[in-house]
Design a protein around this ligand. Structure first.
Ligand SMILES: O=C(O)CCC(=O)C(=O)O
Length: 237
């Protein structure tokens, strides 16, 4: 694996898709841990205002913060770390491991940037691991706008309307997606079965740990720590 070449591709496009990065046997075990934890019909974690306004129906879980060690091996896998070194440079830090679960028949995630893009040097890095295969039929594909990590603020507008130049990613089991926090991205509605992704978020040296507290949607900026809208970007309907 040529880490430097892949890092250059990441910085050109704002994302990088690596199929078969992890063996099925490695991610199958994690998928079972995740699905056992959530069961068939978990309750939402975010409040009603967020679910409605953000058009984002996802339930987060931070397993390492509960002392679960099952998620550590992936995080310390040599190529995973070396690629992060090549992308973020010396002194980068891990943020947290967040599993995201969406029930069938839910909205997915509307367009967002994980953090404010005003300062291009201050950002997080999503390191998404897919433990089960997503298909167009099942829904839940991840959609990005190539190069948008260099285009500044996600334009205000309808949270879910397509961009002409969007790219739809349909990850298979074992795929890893590295995604810049300023890249405009979303998750399509989930239809067939529940959808799972596991995000080992990281950040460059010197980035504040609160980097992902305020998320930018097309209709608002939302602060997770206080569960509040901190900026209306279009008039609420
Ligand atoms: O689950 C995915 O594919 C995307 C996750 C995402 O949008 C995020 O973590 O900000």
């Amino acid at each position: 694996m040529n880490h430097e070449q892949l890092a250059a591709q990441f910085w050109r496009d704002g994302y990088l898709v690596l199929e078969n990065f992890f063996r099925a046997s490695v991610v199958d075990d994690l998928d079972q841990v995740i699905r056992r934890r959530f069961g068939d019909d978990p309750s939402f974690w975010h409040n009603e205002e967020f679910l409605t306004r953000a058009r984002t129906e996802v339930i987060p879980w931070f397993p390492q913060q509960e002392g679960l060690r099952d998620f550590d091996d992936i995080e310390t896998a040599p190529d995973f770390t070396k690629l992060t070194d090549a992308i973020l440079g010396a002194g980068w830090q891990r943020l947290y491991c967040m599993v995201m679960f969406s029930k069938p028949g839910t909205a997915g995630q509307a367009w967002h940037q994980d953090c404010a893009p005003e300062n291009p040097a201050v950002h997080n890095l999503n390191r998404l691991v897919y433990t089960s295969t997503i298909t167009a039929q099942l829904g839940g594909q991840t959609v990005v706008v190539r190069g948008s990590h260099r285009r500044g603020l996600l334009p205000p507008g309808d949270p879910e309307v397509s961009f002409d130049d969007e790219v739809v990613i349909t990850p298979t089991k074992g795929t890893v997606v590295f995604l810049h926090g300023h890249t405009w991205h979303r998750v399509l509605p989930v239809r067939g079965v529940s959808r799972v992704s596991t995000n080992y978020r990281a950040m460059p040296a010197g980035t504040p740990e609160s980097i992902t507290d305020v998320c930018v949607y097309r209709n608002m900026r939302y602060r997770f720590s206080t569960s509040s809208v901190v900026e209306e970007r279009i008039a609420p309907s």
